[in-house]
Ligand binder design. Structure first.
Ligand code: ATP
Ligand code: MG
Length: 414
């Protein structure tokens, strides 16, 4: 029955994968807080214009990938394809612009109507970091360093490469745009349909084309770096100097442009060769024009997002460290004592498995399967004496312990 399958491009996350996800989000939370970022959660859906206006009509996300729908009240809504636009909206609707600079981090599900494949889903998850209100290159250096520290902390430092480029300020981009249009016009017939459409609207995006024919033309296209004005050149040099000072390794990739329209100056991607075709694990850039484009005051911004699924595929997680305590009542009379003891120990901070049914043998087997360290057996004898039998599962050693002393006795198994 197709209705009992998960929707194409969506997945359930459980077991070891859930632990991988948690490792990524918890490592990120810890680091982001050390860097002075505050957590933010924005809604999973927004008015469609929030994304349409900011990501740009010609971006892949807006032109092909958005989950857009009309709700019962007739509002045009879209499931968020990324976090930046929602955070910029929150800045404006929450009147936060007076508190700038602000640093936010967050994580959660994102939605894009893409062709599902390994590492590419329709509901996927991102972690995200943004700095708003800092036009200086210090912000670029800081967010990139955060990304690098995260990947290093996850043990991926030697599996990723940081590629860096400058898209220049709006003036440089305008100059380059003209040069680029001039270049591609010569080959208009040869361009893919998508790229031909972009020629008039956003020719820089042609550089990002995945079409084979386009890529040949792109390889010989004039470089943006040759058209950067002095301000943009200095800015890029400052960013590189900062990364050098911190020992963050990178290579400059002059062909790197980001998919979304709102980027300027710094663009960067951490890529890996270990994931096959979907090799970008963390990507971002500076978006100084975004907040203004939304109708707010001119506000600098820079940030990145990283796909949790892709990181989760790469990290190594240790086996579950918590070894529960199994409580095993022997006979019906002990059920209530077992129930209360489980409750008491959980409140005292222990991890407790309360077998629900079956004889002692069955319950012991289940305790083994769950990786329990200790079993507490409660039989008639024990109850009469106000005691429990405590058995260490690793070696089968056991002894009687007064019920009142259990917390103390079980300290090593906390
Ligand atoms: P791509 O070129 O792979 O389509 P993108 O430019 O669309 O990437 P961004 O919008 O920059 O990606 O998103 C940042 C990160 O989110 C990506 O580097 C990737 O790790 C992850 N990501 C993006 N789209 C998906 C998806 N459909 N499924 C899983 N992860 C994704
Ligand atoms: Mg994409």
């Amino acid at each position: 029955m197709s209705s009992l399958q998960p929707v194409r491009g969506t997945r359930d996350i459980l077991g070891e994968e859930a632990r991988r996800f948690r490792l990524v989000t918890e490592t990120f939370r810890d680091l982001a807080q050390r860097y002075g970022f505050a957590e933010i959660s924005t809604p999973i859906f927004e008015f469609t214009e929030v994304f349409q206006r900011t990501l740009g009509e010609t971006s892949d996300v807006v032109s092909k990938e958005m989950y857009t729908f009309t709700d019962r009240g007739g509002e045009g809504l879209t499931l968020r394809p990324e976090m930046t636009a929602g955070i910029a909206r929150a800045l404006l609707s929450g009147g936060l612009a007076k508190d700038l600079p602000l640093k936010f981090f967050g994580h959660g599900p994102m939605f894009r109507y893409e062709r599902p494949q390994k590492g590419r889903l329709r509901q996927f998850h991102q972690i995200d970091a943004e700095i708003l209100g800092v036009p200086e290159p210090q912000a670029d250096i800081e967010v990139i360093a955060l990304g690098w520290d995260l990947l290093s902390a996850l043990g991926l430092g030697d599996k990723v490469t940081l590629e860096l480029n400058s898209l220049g300020d709006p003036e440089s981009r305008a100059t380059y745009r003209d040069v680029l249009v001039g270049y591609f016009r010569q080959f208009e017939e040869k361009l893919s349909e998508d790229s031909r459409a972009r020629l008039g609207k956003n020719p820089l995006r042609i550089l990002d084309s995945k079409d084979e024919g386009d890529r040949v033309l792109v390889a010989n296209a004039p470089l943006l770096s040759e058209h950067l004005n002095e301000r943009s050149t200095t800015f890029f040099a400052d960013v590189r100097r900062g990364l050098d000072a911190l020992g963050v390794p990178y290579t400059v990739n002059q062909r790197l442009v980001r998919g979304l329209d709102y980027y300027s100056h710094t663009a960067f991607e951490f890529t890996t060769t270990t994931l096959g075709a979907q090799g970008t694990v963390l990507a971002g850039g500076r978006y100084d024009g975004l907040v203004e484009q939304m109708g707010g005051p001119p506000t600098a911004g820079i940030g990145w997002a990283s796909g949790i699924e892709r990181l989760a595929m790469m990290v190594e997680v240790p086996a579950e460290a918590v070894k529960p305590i199994a409580i095993i009542p022997v006979g019906a009379a002990a059920e209530e004592t077992a129930l209360k003891l489980a409750h008491r120990l959980r409140r005292a901070g222990f991890t407790v498995e309360h077998g629900y049914r079956g004889n002692v043998g069955k319950r012991m087997k289940r305790a083994d399967k769950l990786g329990c360290a200790v079993a507490i057996l409660l039989g008639d004898d024990e109850l009469a004496a106000g005691e429990a039998t405590v058995r260490t599962l690793a070696d089968g050693a056991q002894g009687r312990v007064a019920l009142d002393h259990l917390e103390q006795h079980l300290q090593p198994f906390k």
